[in-house]
Design a protein around this ligand. Structure first.
Ligand code: NAP
Length: 304
């Protein structure tokens, strides 16, 4: 299937282009970006022009930041295209519900991708936990915003999500692997004095579940989830790439294919073939709740 990448920036070039190139299902037929492009691929700067000129491209993958994404998704669905959304799937829950309604009305496929759910050990963790009682769960998600979002001021603008941009990756894993859902009870959000979104957050959920997100970790990425059960402790490390069960490294039983983004594109291919929608918003609900229930603390100003 021919696909167009829209919003050619960091994640499009780091992950989407290689995943599409490595797949037998997909051909990157065009891009649309105000500045970015991919060598050897037809490049548009205007989305209406792409939709008009290339009726043969039935699928678009939207890789721009969340705030501008809705207008592109709505246009694509109105033009009868199937749509793949980078995470988070929008800037608000209402936008996502509206897109889902549009996709249902037009019969298009719509995929709210959660790349961290496609990490190697997430299916094995889900399988092991499926018949367990959870005693306690804790997420530690610390990384450098300077490393992962160099100079991207949009992450600190309204709708940019702040530290929830990576934190939602942890929440996407949590909501996938827990055998029963939890919901947020309280949160503390740390806002740099010169910014509109939090740089760190602490979350308390039902079910003795908690999370700490911090974007000021300059030494190394820490993307860990520890889940304690009466039958032992499961730890996911490196964002779900490694799993340790009762102190023993888990080997084998990886999800098929290799890599998070190749798995996302394989799933999108299935959705288009089935005419299906995959729009699980459960990670996003926790982020919205954190903003509704969160206590605000002001911390030191942050500049890239
Ligand atoms: P980015 O590089 O800042 O943005 C991607 C591209 O979107 C930009 O190069 C820009 O291309 C276009 N864009 C920016 N603002 C726009 C606007 N107002 N209207 C239309 N297009 C606009 O961001 P990114 O890091 O790739 O992140 C994009 C999405 O991917 C985010 O939702 C993020 O959460 C997700 N993501 C990022 C990472 C990561 O490591 N950075 C990892 C996983 C997922 P033009 O200027 O050429 O139009």
């Amino acid at each position: 299937m021919k696909i167009a990448l829209i919003g050619v920036g960091k994640i499009a070039l780091d992950q989407h282009v290689p995943a599409i190139a490595g797949s037998d299902d997909w051909e990157l037929a065009a891009t649309c970006s105000r500045h970015g492009s991919v060598d050897g691929v037809e490049a548009f700067t205007d989305f209406d022009a792409l939709l008009e000129a290339r009726p043969d491209i039935r699928v678009v993958s939207l890789c721009m930041p969340p705030v501008p994404r809705f207008d592109y998704a709505a246009k694509a669905l109105a033009a009868g295209r199937h749509v793949m959304l980078e995470k988070p799937p929008g800037a608000s829950l209402a936008e996502c519900h509206a897109l889902e309604a549009m996709a249902r009305a037009s019969g298009a496929s719509l995929f709210a991708t959660w790349h961290s759910r496609c990490a190697d050990k997430v299916p094995a963790a889900k399988a092991w936990l499926s018949d367990k009682t959870i005693t306690r769960a804790h997420i530690t998600w610390r990384e450098s915003v300077r490393k992962w979002h160099p100079g991207q001021d949009w992450v600190f603008e309204p709708g940019g999500m702040g530290v929830f941009d990576p934190g939602i990756n942890a929440l996407s894993i949590l909501t996938e692997i827990l055998p029963a859902p939890v919901h947020l009870r309280a949160a503390t959000l740390e806002y740099p004095s010169n910014r509109q979104t939090p740089i760190a957050a602490r979350l308390t959920f039902t079910g003795n579940t908690s999370a700490e997100f911090d974007w000021r970790e300059e030494e190394r990425d820490i993307w860990d989830i520890e889940i304690v059960t009466p039958d032992g402790t499961l730890s996911l490390h490196e964002g779900g790439a490694r799993m340790v069960l009762n102190g023993t490294e888990h080997t084998g039983d990886d999800a098929p294919l290799s890599g998070e983004y190749p798995r996302l594109y394989a799933r999108m291919s299935e959705l288009v073939q089935q005419g299906a929608i995959d729009m699980d918003l459960s990670p996003f609900v926790h982020v919205a709740d954190a903003h509704m229930l969160g206590r605000r603390e002001t911390v030191a100003a942050f500049d890239f």
